[in-house]
Design a protein around this ligand. Structure first.
Ligand code: FPP
Length: 262
């Protein structure tokens, strides 16, 4: 396993996204209730946040609760919402001290009011921080986000504020719930599943995907560093040829990638 010393500080991904998966299996394999896996998952969130701060990642986005997760048993949904409130209380003071700015995107109006109020408070408390932007995707799905953006754009067209021919990549992005997040360079999914599960579908067009068998509650910052090391071993091409990439040799690959997608 790589330590952070093995990483090239010039090629740290600017934005890492994580699908935190395996909490339920972690708990049931120990004969525990599923919610205890989610509780333990909070420690892994802390590891990921602190790991990102240590190596200088600017944005970390985690899939904390999907639109589909509302269909889980009510007891599990309630446990997750209570855990969100509890975790905001326990984690935000340290995040604030570490220069972490907390944000959230998704259908936030569908959250219980206690969760929404605590979230708003935490976002307000940390909004001046600049070291790491830590984003929670909550009551989120990528298809929901794209549909909402299309609806908003259609309304602007109907109101005469926009012509159909003006609709571009940028216009679509600017109407998405996750705006103004940059595209992630690296997406990590834990627990051995190799799916995207309706997460950031538009934004991951050129993202490097990294799948690890580690269950989310066991995820430590060393696993994050290993994923970044693997990212640094890959050559990102953006549809170009090897020769064209070599032609950009004055830029190291990850930086070239950032420049192209900015
Ligand atoms: C997936 O594991 C995980 C989730 C649905 C929730 C993630 C939540 C946390 C890590 C806790 C911290 C975040 C908040 C919002 C408090 P799973 O239950 O799908 O695992 P399984 O596939 O093994 O059943």
């Amino acid at each position: 396993m790589s330590g952070k010393e093995a990483l090239d500080p010039e090629r740290i991904p600017r934005h890492i996204a994580i699908i935190m998966d395996g909490n339920g299996r972690w708990a049931t394999s120990r004969g525990l209730k599923r919610y205890l896996g989610h509780n333990k998952g909070v420690e892994a969130v802390r590891e990921a946040v602190e790991g990102c701060v240590e190596i200088g990642v600017s944005y970390l986005t985690v899939f904390a609760f999907s639109t589909e997760n509302w269909q889980r048993p009510k007891s599990e949904v309630d446990a997750l919402m209570s855990l969100l409130v509890k975790s905001l209380h326990s984690e935000v003071p340290t995040m604030d001290r570490n220069g972490v700015r907390l944000s959230a995107f998704g259908d936030l109006d569908s959250l219980p009011s206690r969760a929404r109020k605590n979230l708003e408070k935490a976002m307000e408390q940390t909004r001046h921080n600049q070291r790491l932007n830590f984003n929670l995707a909550l009551s989120y799905s990528a298809r929901w986000e794209i549909l909402e953006a299309v609806r908003k754009i259609a309304e602007k067209v109907e109101a005469g504020m926009l012509r159909p021919s003006d609709i571009s990549d940028d216009i679509l992005r600017q109407n998405m719930a996750s705006w103004p997040l940059p595209d992630p360079e690296l997406l990590i999914r834990t627990s051995g599943e190799q799916r995207i599960s309706n997460f950031l579908l538009w934004q991951i067009a050129y993202t490097e995907l990294y799948f690890t068998p580690v269950l989310w509650p066991d995820f430590k910052r060393t696993h994050l560093f290993e994923a970044v090391a693997e990212f640094q071993r890959r050559q990102r091409r953006f549809g170009l040829t090897d020769e064209q990439i070599v032609g950009q040799a004055h830029l190291k690959p990850a930086r070239a990638a950032i420049k192209k997608t900015d």
